[in-house]
Ligand binder design. Structure first.
Ligand code: TXA
Ligand code: MG
Length: 346
């Protein structure tokens, strides 16, 4: 298959023309990779069963891991799912944006999209290109992250090209994603919600709207057994992993530097702020920012994990963040990427 690569602000295409062509691909059952505010998504019509099948096959995704359905406006969920007051309360505050809600599904959503579950994940992205494409196609859009299954999610169009060239119809290059980690996924309960996957909409932000917010146990568990029953199938798979081994180090900055220096050779890398780069004597530094905030570290994570592989590194050291607040999403992706490998220097 020939994959067309279109830059939304390029010289040759004006925005409306690119969106129009992509919308036709979606309507005809094809796949288009699109930017969203979180990560690039691999978009196909959520109403055409064969589009979902193509998504699973292009990604090499396990058949029991359901897709998120993207809509342009919160009320469009009505045709796809059974909504409730809590849905609208949360939608008013967080949609459009990086929040996905699991709702009981209606018959119109094919089993191919939800992997046979009786629920459907609904998200309303704020990215302008994603939003316009949903509107122009007139279809709700099923879109997982546009990476090959198991490896770091794509936050730039180049990442998608590396993974998907020749496997999908079109890639829209809309620049780097703002957030860089996938949306927060929640399940609604009688008195609040449960976070199944943490993201930029944090536990604390949800608590401003919901009475009770809990975090599913699997979110911070270093590894989830394959046979374990989890509320969100995506929780149990190896995820976000580069070829290089990711080693998380649970230590303060001084001990982290000492540990990395004592255990590195020229095949090792370390995630570092620009400020600390000169402290590392043998590991190659992968720079997360000048004085990186949680947002900066989140935004650079997947790009740097991919870069580690491009540099041919065999091992990458990362200082373990705390499992709370804005760092919870980062913590969750890191323990998955590392396969639970956490060292605590004496
Ligand atoms: O930010 C995002 O959410 C990105 C962009 C493209 O929108 N999408 C994304 O999709 O991360 P994906 O497929 O990589 O992750 C979807 C997660 C998986 O962990 C999946 O198991 C969970 O959502 N999920 C989807 N439908 C579900 C359902 N009905 N019940 C429970 N979990 C569900
Ligand atoms: Mg994914």
């Amino acid at each position: 298959m020939n994959t067309e690569y279109l830059k939304i602000t390029g010289e040759h295409y004006n925005d409306a023309e690119v969106i129009d062509r992509a919308a036709r691909v979606i309507q005809n059952g094809g796949l288009v990779a699109i930017p969203t505010e979180t990560v690039y998504g691999l978009a196909g019509s959520a109403l055409i069963p064969t589009s979902a099948e193509k998504i699973f096959s292009a990604k090499g995704r396990p058949a029991d891991n359901p897709l998120i359905v993207h809509i342009a406006k919160p009320e469009e969920a009505e045709t796809l799912a059974y909504t409730c007051d809590a849905y609208y309360k949360l939608a008013e505050r967080f949609m459009p944006g990086p929040l996905t809600m699991i709702l009981p599904k209606k018959g119109i959503v094919p089993d191919e999209v939800t992997a046979g579950l009786d629920s459907v994940a609904i998200r309303c992205p704020s990215n302008d290109i994603a939003h316009k494409l949903i509107e122009a196609s007139g279809h709700p859009i099923a879109a997982p992250s546009a990476n090959r299954s198991g490896i770091p999610s794509p936050t730039k169009a180049e990442h998608v090209l590396t993974d998907m060239d020749g496997r999908i119809d079109m890639i829209i290059d809309g620049g780097e994603c703002d957030i860089g980690l996938e949306s927060t996924v929640i399940k609604l309960t009688d008195d609040g919600c449960v976070i199944l996957r943490p993201g930029a909409v944090t536990e604390e932000m949800l608590a401003e709207v919901c009475d009770v917010v809990t975090v599913a146990k699997a979110v911070i568990e270093p590894s989830v057994a394959a046979e374990e029953r989890v509320e969100s199938p995506g929780m149990k798979y190896k995820h976000y992993s580069p070829k290089a081994d990711v080693i998380l180090v649970d230590a303060n900055m001084t001990d982290f530097v000492a540990y990395v220096n004592a255990n590195s050779d020229n095949k090792c890398g370390v995630f570092s702020s620009n400020e600390y780069r000169t402290h590392f004597t043998s590991a190659a530094t992968l720079i997360t920012g000048e004085h990186p905030s949680a947002r900066d570290e989140s935004k650079s994570l997947f790009h740097l994990l991919r870069k580690a592989d491009e540099m041919g590194l065999e091992r990458v050291y990362i200082k373990l963040p705390e499992a709370k607040g804005e760092y919870l999403a980062l913590y969750n992706r890191l323990i998955r990427a590392s396969g639970g490998k956490i060292v605590k220097p004496e």
